[in-house]
Write a protein that binds this ligand. Sequence first.
Ligand code: 5AD
Ligand code: SF4
Length: 442
Amino acid sequence: MTAPSKDLPHSLPKTFHVKSFGCQMNVYDGERMAELMAAQGLTAADADSADLVVLNTCHIREKATEKVYSDIGRLRKHGRKPMIAVAGCVAQAEGEEIVARAKVDVVVGPQAYHNLPDLVARAAAGAPALDTDMPLASKFGKLPARRKVGPSAFLTVQEGCDKFCTYCVVPYTRGAEVSRGFDDLVVEARALVEAGAREITLLGQNVNAWDDDGRGLHDLIRTLDRIPGLARIRYTTSHPNDMRQGLIDAHGDVESLMPYLHLPVQSGATRILKAMNRSHGRDDYLRLLDRVRAVRPDIALSGDFIVGFPGETEADFRDTLSLVGEVGYAQAFSFKYSPRPGTPAAGLTDEVPAAVMDDRLQRLQAALGRDQQAFNAATVGRRCQVLVERRGKLPGQMLGKSPWLQSVHFMGDHAIGDLVEVTLTAAGPVSLSGVVQMAEAA
Ligand code: 5AD
Ligand code: SF4
């Protein structure tokens, strides 16, 4: 076991704060940890006053990991000594090291956070507590029921990844692909709707690999579509190889399934895709998008890209730019390659120089930015429903999301969670403005 922390022992915390980094699954896990601590009688507080701060971390790129250590330092400024729990993927990957380097009180992995109350109690008693087990029995059955959520809620349906892309830590930090059971998910979706959700985003590292006894994600979506009060369904993140025809068909005829698909491709060069172990080529990806667009022509496409994977040449990078030009993404996320310890690509020596990576990222982001603006501009004049998420800064201003996941602001007086019929009138780089058409649609 690890050396005792110099800051221990603590008394049992009365207040807590959960700070999540990284992907939407971490946001979901963070919410569930907060519900768990609230069920123990703790009250939520700000990071700079809470007795217990949970840092729910991301390990996907190097910068994300370094952030954890600077955050720990910040929490301890001015002589404050909150109990610190490190959760999430950095906890899973570097548990012992974090306790040794930063002397935190609790380390808990993404598959073990149902044990957080026990670990906190152990830390309060004077010993740093670490749990990075990946038990076969799921944590989900041990978490308290959902109580109060906003109009747009996340629901984790699948975790882990068996794809082993050569650059990626996820198969190591989140473990093998596991799907939650159909009935369990329908129960949680109903509870979310009762707790205020009008939109549910189904989450998974490979969400479209979800299956339960032969039922695929489209069967789950078709069942959730029948829940009264649930107006919108989304899902993320998908893998091209798990995009089955049933799911594509659902985009054509399930009204509550929103016209948006996040389908990472990473590179437009088949040679690089091979080196990444993506198990699909450039053309496979493009033909797949043709099939999706055939059933849902207005679908907003989104993707993830990595520039500067070892061995990537200027010609390979241009293949990425040309793929972007062919697809016309509505939104996208792009990153510089970051070698992650323990992954196969970390051993590759033909690194792309930092300045070349910077240049490629800039060129790619300029192209993606232009396409996003063009997509937004093309929706001006359209009439659509906007799900109201919050009030804007200006008096009478409301903010929400279009079916294509664009941020839309408009003037009106509506409740959070209302679906409002809006005509889109102008497009900026990141949001659109609209005008209300009718009082409210069902
Ligand atoms: N370096 C850079 N980007 C990465 N991603 C995953 N691993 C790495 C890495 N080692 C990106 C991929 C993935 C997204 C979640 O993060 O684009 O789709
Ligand atoms: Fe990582 Fe690839 Fe799995 Fe996505 S599909 S989580 S990039 S290994």
